[in-house]
Unconditional design. Structure first.
Length: 250
């Protein structure tokens, strides 16, 4: 049984006070969420205070990235040890904006995943093809190399130690969502790939989230698909009334 995970990626939004307020709202909205998990990923500057605001709630806390080293000369980076220290248990890694705006490649994504796991954080490993890649018929090839290269040397014996998020780049922040058929097709493909890389009973339990313009109107249909185990939500995660409906998908 894969417990659905609804994750909010706040990106570069929210001052500390705004973040604490929104986190409080998410904690309240999630208090009745028994058969699903809720996670939020505020910006680094707000993580410490948000961790305090979430105490006693069942909302999980994630960073939006993580370095692979514990400490050292890595200006601008934050280590897994620092994040765990403030109560952050998950880390989004390889988000399309990291890949496409900041030039992170599969190799760097792999290092970050290894680093997160080494220090006991759960990576939310993002993959996704661009519109050009999809139109050229390269979707599966691109996703396969992202998965294989991103997971080099990554051992997964417990499916709870990693989450995969499929986010077609052309659907992020654009209002265009993949159809449920497109999403399911990719999720099934990714699960099959994982089944070839890890023990079958482990691969079948790894959660694969869908991300890209998830909203109250499309969440129910997406979540009804067999291999869609949750959502990674950007824009709609900043609005409590929208996120509320997404958390309470049917
Ligand atoms: P969006 O972002 O929901 O605003 O499309 C999703 C994401 O980038 O994680």
């Amino acid at each position: 049984m894969r417990t659905p995970l609804i994750a909010g990626n706040w990106k570069m939004h929210m001052t500390v006070n705004e973040a604490v307020e929104l986190a409080g709202a998410v904690a309240r909205l999630s208090s009745d969420a028994r058969d699903r998990e809720v996670m939020i990923a505020p910006p680094y500057t707000a993580l410490f205070e948000v961790a305090r605001a979430l105490e006693g709630s069942n909302v999980l806390l994630s960073s939006q990235n993580v370095c692979w080293e514990e400490k050292g000369a890595f200006t601008g980076e934050i280590s897994p040890v620092m994040l765990k220290d403030i109560g952050c248990s998950m880390a989004i890694i390889g988000h399309s904006e990291r890949r496409h705006v900041f030039g992170e490649d599969n190799k760097m994504v792999n290092k970050r995943i290894l680093g997160a796991q080494k220090f006991g954080m759960v990576p939310v490993f993002c993959i996704g093809e661009t519109l050009d890649e999809r139109e050229a018929g390269h979707t599966f090839k691109v996703l396969e190399s992202q998965v294989r290269e991103g997971l080099v040397g990554v051992e997964i014996s417990d499916p709870a130690t990693i989450v995969v998020a499929y986010e077609p780049v052309w659907a992020i922040g654009t209002g265009k969502t993949a159809t449920v058929v497109q999403a399911q097709e990719v999720h099934a493909f990714v699960r099959e790939l994982l089944a070839g890389m890890y023990q079958k009973n482990v691969a079948s339990e790894i959660r694969i989230l869908y991300g890209g313009s998830v909203n109250p109107e499309n969440v129910d249909a997406l979540m009804s698909e067999e291999d869609v185990d949750g959502a990674l939500v950007g824009g709609a995660a900043l609005k409590p009334e929208l996120f509320d409906r997404i958390i309470h998908f049917q």
